[in-house]
Design a protein around this ligand. Structure first.
Ligand SMILES: Cc1cc2nc3c(=O)[nH]c(=O)nc-3n(C[C@H](O)[C@H](O)[C@H](O)COP(=O)(O)O)c2cc1C
Ligand SMILES: O=C(O)C(=O)c1ccccc1
Length: 390
């Protein structure tokens, strides 16, 4: 049986012939490489977060407070990292979190397509953002056999919302991820100090510019009046949602519904009572609200509140070890964010695929040495909190 961890042998064996890996296998080196690949304004936007970035930093650091205890004399020669989600059997518990700037990460500005190609290559689902340089139909097609999810920023115009949802459903997306925490933008000093916000320069708005309902709101096509189209985007972008709106989404689609941005146990309970298909615990990578608790530290309460509803998690995942810890704390699936987008920046689809494969290899090898043959064993073992180990 092939394992994700076989990547390790492949790297060492290639080294015997003097061949080094094209891309780094750890986050620190990856981030450094991405820093030199991106323009200062893109780097600010992607790397930066809200306020003094305390929440963003804690998201990653807080994993150090959680530890796992190895078990011996368990046969882990075969490992199974597969999960079931939305009625799909997926080879691993990770997916690519929606990143609205993927399109700008590659020189050809087709980074969304490159992310979808990385999904096709690795079997790791891509959650495509509403913000994209390529229309969602083309992004879906590039993912091939690997299932894709569509993330919705709900526009104020309900016809436009319905149009985006219907397009996603018709082109074969397998879940609708509704982002709750970004109906406006948090206070982001790096972008503010440089007065730079890519969307206002007409970037990553192709899903709107390819939409018939959006077109019907415009006086002139986007190619004739880009700034007019951007102004329209600004005015329709962020609908304030409340619990009463969830029923509308149920009517709008037969795709499974996921609520992204849930961090409180009571909100998870409410979402679960409303019958959503999954709860997505995330603080948007610390880009929206500063002064919060690290997302991983909120996961146990969300899992408790969610009951039998699956919980997706992201914010601060930097390695395979972090993935296994999030599973141990009750996540069903784990979103990779900045690491894969840095992979796109340094190597397009191949770079992103390498990052995902490295994360999976580390997770697989960790499970092997810790005596956890599958994710049920990981969950049964749990992760333990120690305030003093960070
Ligand atoms: C540059 C950038 C753009 C993002 N765009 C979106 C988006 O369009 N929709 C969304 O729901 N989340 C978006 N996110 C949040 C991610 O889905 C995810 O929650 C976050 O990246 C997790 O934090 P981490 O990357 O630090 O692990 C974005 C994050 C970054 C870094
Ligand atoms: O940058 C982001 O995190 C993001 O998702 C976003 C998207 C649109 C408007 C503001 C923020």
């Amino acid at each position: 049986m092939a394992h994700f961890g076989d990547m390790q042998n492949a790297i060492y064996n290639a080294g015997l012939n003097g061949i080094l890996p094209d891309f780094p296998v750890d986050f620190a080196t990856l981030r450094e490489r991405a820093q030199s690949a991106l323009s200062p304004s893109l780097l600010n936007y992607v790397q930066g977060g809200c306020g003094d970035e305390h929440t963003q930093d804690r998201n990653a650091q807080a994993f150090r407070n959680w530890g796992m205890v190895p078990r011996m004399l368990v046969d882990c020669s075969e490992r199974d990292l597969s999960i079931e989600l939305f009625g799909l059997r997926l080879p691993s518990p990770i997916f690519m979190a929606p990143i609205g700037l993927n399109g700008e990460m590659t020189q050809d500005r087709r980074g969304d397509i490159a992310a979808a190609q990385a999904a096709a290559e690795t079997g790791v689902p891509f959650c495509a953002s509403t913000l994209s340089n390529s229309p969602l139909e083309q992004v879906r097609a590039a993912a091939g056999e690997t299932p894709s999810f569509f993330q919705l920023y709900t526009p104020k115009n309900r016809d436009l919302a319905q149009s985006l949802i219907s397009r996603a459903e018709q082109s074969g997306y397998r879940a609708l991820v509704i982002t709750l925490d970004t109906w406006l933008t948090g206070w982001r000093p790096r972008d503010l100090n440089t007065a730079s916000f890519p969307q206002l320069r007409g970037k990553v708005l192709e899903n709107y510019f390819s939409d018939p309902v959006f077109w019907s709101l415009l006086d002139a096509p986007p190619e004739d009046d880009l700034m007019g189209a951007v102004r329209m985007w600004t005015s329709v972008f962020g609908q304030v949602l409340t619990w009463e709106d969830i029923a509308w989404f149920r009517e709008a689609t037969s795709m499974p519904i996921v609520l992204k941005g849930i961090c409180h146990g009571d909100d998870a309970r409410k979402a679960s009572d409303l019958g959503v298909d999954a709860i997505y615990c995330s603080n948007h990578g610390g880009r929206q609200a500063n002064g919060g608790i690290a997302a991983i530290d909120m996961l146990p309460d969300v899992v408790a509140g969610a009951g039998s509803t699956p919980v997706l998690f992201d914010s601060g995942i930097r390695s395979g070890t972090d993935v296994v810890k999030a599973i141990a704390l009750g996540a069903t699936a784990v979103g990779i964010g900045r690491p894969y987008t840095y992979g796109l920046a340094i190597g397009g689809a191949r770079g992103a695929a390498h990052v995902l494969s490295s994360i999976l290899a580390e997770a697989d090898l960790l499970m092997a040495v810790n005596g956890y043959p599958d994710l049920d064993a990981v969950r049964a073992a749990g992760a333990h909190y120690r305030a003093d180990i960070a």
